[in-house]
Design a binder for this molecule. Structure first.
Ligand SMILES: NC(=O)c1ccc[n+]([C@@H]2O[C@H](COP(=O)([O-])OP(=O)(O)OC[C@H]3O[C@@H](n4cnc5c(N)ncnc54)[C@H](OP(=O)(O)O)[C@@H]3O)[C@@H](O)[C@H]2O)c1
Length: 338
């Protein structure tokens, strides 16, 4: 089978930054599905893994964490799927990725693809939806069914128009929350408003001033989706006493948790890969979340966040998608399909 990968951590403009090669099609065992990949998307994690490092790898590394495809074979322990099912998933951080013709993936982190969406529309969704869902409904402990209570609460989503923000705003809106999302340009302001934000603030300005100008002294929840270091002091100031903050990004210097002491606010991390990385007992919740997302997409409660698309899956199109995500100004998602 064909795959695209890298052996050295090079700038994307280098001809060898990503290249195509051949390898043997794998055989599924245990809970694994073998999926014929039809569409993929690119996330910031692809850029980080491809770029960061110095060593030359012994064999090419295949990345890619988002796929839509068809199940072609199943392992002997598989119970959730069968041959010919159309599936979507983000995959695992420690296994070979979706930038290949066929991919092995554990059935417990796979969902049935939304029937009413094209492969490209569906491929925009898995990684960002899992991240947004787990951050909102597990780490921030918002109950999506308690709409009456949620109507009285507000959430600040920092980076409303990126991949994760474009789903998080929609899910927070669906849960009944009053959604304040950050966006810094006319294009991103209109995008995030069209994806569930009730009000917008500008993350290039002081967020405390921006939120207070809207009439809110504090917010009940904050979901941080870009630049934890840069926004930490603003979040500590804006969070309501007993409020909840969650972050999906890494800090590059120590964060001062003491700033939350007097408010007794909580801070939680979200890492979408945790469950599969540590093979936790609740790993199957990613199967359930993806099926739920699929249902919400099919009934039109939320919509695909696809914004840029190319075809077919090849080195040139993958490089273009990496270049777009590398700008840190991506709006919604970039997808490549066959
Ligand atoms: N922990 C996890 O499980 C997990 C999962 C997914 C992603 N992530 C991480 O979360 C981050 C966001 O992912 P993503 O896919 O949503 O990224 P993305 O789509 O690349 O985000 C791009 C957006 O970020 C906004 N932005 C740039 N600088 C900002 C700042 N200082 N403050 C607020 N917003 C800013 C840009 O808006 P403007 O152009 O308007 O400034 C742009 O629209 C990345 O660092 C990614 O690695 C973590």
């Amino acid at each position: 089978m064909k795959a695209i990968g890298f052996q050295q951590h090079l700038p994307i403009t280098d001809p060898k930054s990503l290249f195509e090669f051949e390898l043997v099609k794998p055989t599924p065992k245990g809970h694994d599905l073998l999926v014929k990949v039809n569409a993929i998307s690119v996330n910031p994690v692809d850029i980080g893994v491809r770029k960061n490092g110095h060593a030359t790898l012994k064999k090419p590394k295949i990345i890619g964490w988002d796929a839509v495809g068809t199940v072609t074979e199943v392992g002997q322990k598989v119970t959730l799927f069968k041959k010919d099912d159309r599936v979507f998933y983000a995959g695992s951080f420690i296994r070979s990725g979706s930038n290949s013709e066929y991919q092995l993936v554990d059935e417990r982190i796979v969902g049935i693809a939304p029937k009413k969406l094209s492969d490209a529309q569906a491929a925009a969704m898995p990684l960002t939806s899992l991240t947004a869902w787990e951050a909102l409904f597990e780490q921030l402990e918002i109950d999506p069914k308690d709409k009456t209570n949620n109507h009285n609460k507000n959430i600040l989503i920092i980076n409303g128009s990126g991949g994760v923000g474009s789903v998080a705003t929609q899910l927070a809106h669906w849960a009944g929350l009053n959604v304040i999302a950050s966006a810094s340009r006319p294009e991103t302001i209109s995008w995030t408003t069209a994806h569930g934000a009730d009000k917008t603030v500008n993350h290039r300005k002081d967020l405390v001033t921006e939120v207070r100008q809207l009439g809110y002294k504090y917010v009940d929840y904050i979901l941080e989706l870009n630049d934890l270091d840069g926004h930490w002091n603003e979040m500590a100031e804006l969070i309501k006493p007993s409020g909840h903050i969650a972050s999906i990004t890494e800090n590059h210097r120590p964060i001062n948790l003491r700033k939350l002491t007097t408010k007794r606010a909580t801070f939680a991390w979200e890492w979408m890969y945790s469950k599969s990385y540590y093979q936790t007992s609740d790993m199957i919740t990613q199967h359930q979340i993806l099926n739920h997302i699929s249902h919400l997409l099919d009934e039109g409660t939320i919509k695909s966040t696809i914004n840029k698309k190319s075809s077919p899956i090849n080195v040139d199109n993958l490089k273009m998608a990496h270049q777009l995500v590398e700008t840190n100004h991506m709006v919604g998602k970039v997808v490549i399909s066959n």
